[in-house]
Write a protein that binds this ligand. Structure first.
Ligand SMILES: C[S@@+](CC[C@H](N)C(=O)[O-])C[C@H]1O[C@@H](n2cnc3c(N)ncnc32)[C@H](O)[C@@H]1O
Length: 363
């Protein structure tokens, strides 16, 4: 089965967006036979239908569907030739209406407008059919989608829309407890997905702050634990979870260097950088009144203890997805605590902060 995923485009496709989808497919134990990125379209061949699970979970997709054909360097003749080869009577057997949508990705190859190509393909489909099926642009019983990328034309049947409009509503400024360190909900959700979390596993955020990661994990139905050293943040997290009607959360106050938890399958977290949140080390508190090099030294001290303790409670093969400032040199510390670095993605926040999202595996 070949599926397309229309990626959202605000991040490089080959980075978090494509890898989030791939991680979700792995999490549901489907076999991935092949993947290919065409600009903002990810095409994945799997052994089973994973489109619904991905659409319900992924933060960085607009929509997904089944691929009918892909052609390189398309022109109208080539598109028409391909359409003639397709048995639309079979595809539209029980359907009463249809529509065609075309999306041209920036830098796309064909000069024909989206509307004209929609009309052109719509007419070819009608000519191809043995019976009358109406075009219904508002509520079609089958929706065909075509994507014109820089060099390719990907055509398929749309199956599901992604959750982006709902996720956007959970931006930190909409919460009853706002804190400037609050993670963007798209990134928080993608980090949970990159951990390959599923319903049989447990997830822990030991620096939970105002709760962005916990919110996304709980809304995807996962067993979730969170802790923070700061009581005010914990109270804020409770307010934020309750405002979204999220029940059954497991929150406790703890220093991330000594979590009171025995075993966990995934750790997804965003430690303090000392900019908008304090780094707390016992009775000492550090923030950006110190120089950056002092702050980074303090953060590294915290992370050495964090990685040591948290690698003890993480199951073997378990993932730790962690956001850190991209200028922090941390690889050696990670590698010396029974982790391998599987992936690294940069995420630009503002002029003076780019985060690196690390995907680590406990060995
Ligand atoms: C960057 S914020 C986390 C933000 C969170 N992801 C959110 O979306 O709101 C880091 C958090 O770490 C907490 N913190 C600082 N030092 C800590 C420590 N030693 N142990 C546990 N939490 C700590 C801070 O109180 C802060 O809430």
């Amino acid at each position: 089965m070949i599926f397309y995923f229309h990626l959202s485009g605000e991040l490089p496709s080959n980075g978090i967006p494509a890898n989030e989808v791939i991680a979700i497919i792995k999490a549901v134990n489907a076999e991935i036979k092949e993947t290919q990125v065409y600009d903002k379209i990810l095409v994945v061949t799997t052994n089973t239908d994973i489109s619904k699970q991905v659409a319900e979970r992924a933060a960085y997709i607009h929509r997904c569907g089944k691929v009918i054909f892909i052609i390189s360097l398309p022109d109208l003749n080539l598109i028409n030739k391909k359409l003639q080869e397709i048995d639309f009577n079979q595809i539209m057997k029980k359907k009463t209406s249809f529509a065609v949508r075309i999306k041209k990705i920036k830098g796309s190859y064909l000069s024909i407008s989206e509307e004209n190509l929609e009309r052109y393909i719509g007419n070819q489909i009608i000519n191809n059919l043995d019976r009358n099926i109406k075009v219904n642009l508002i509520n079609p019983s089958i929706l065909f989608y075509g994507f014109v990328t820089e060099e390719n034309f990907i055509f398929g049947i749309n199956l599901y829309s992604g959750k982006r409009p709902e996720i956007r509503k959970r931006a930190p400024h909409t919460r009853p407890f706002f804190h400037p360190c609050g993670l963007d909900p798209f990134l928080a959700r993608a980090m949970v997905n990159l951990s390959e979390m599923d319903r049989s596993k447990t997830l822990y955020d030991p620096f939970c702050g105002s709760g962005s990661i916990l919110i996304e994990s709980k809304l995807m139905g996962f067993k979730t634990y969170g802790s923070d050293i700061n009581q005010k943040m914990l109270k804020g997290t409770i307010l934020n979870l309750r405002a979204l009607n999220i029940q059954g959360f497991n929150l406790f106050r703890a220093d991330a260097r000594s979590p009171c938890i025995q075993k966990i399958d995934c750790i997804v977290t965003d430690p303090p950088y000392g900019r908008s949140t304090h780094i707390e080390l016992g009775k000492l508190t550090f923030n950006n009144t110190k120089s950056l090099s002092n702050l980074y030294r303090t953060l590294k001290n915290l992370l050495v203890d964090f990685f040591r303790k948290n690698s003890e409670i993480l199951t073997r093969g378990g993932k730790c997805v962690i956001a850190l400032p991209s200028t922090l040199e941390i690889d050696n510390i990670i590698l010396s605590h029974n982790f391998i670095i599987q992936q690294k993605f940069d995420f630009f926040v503002h002029r003076s902060l780019t985060r690196t999202i690390f995907v680590l595996e406990k060995v």
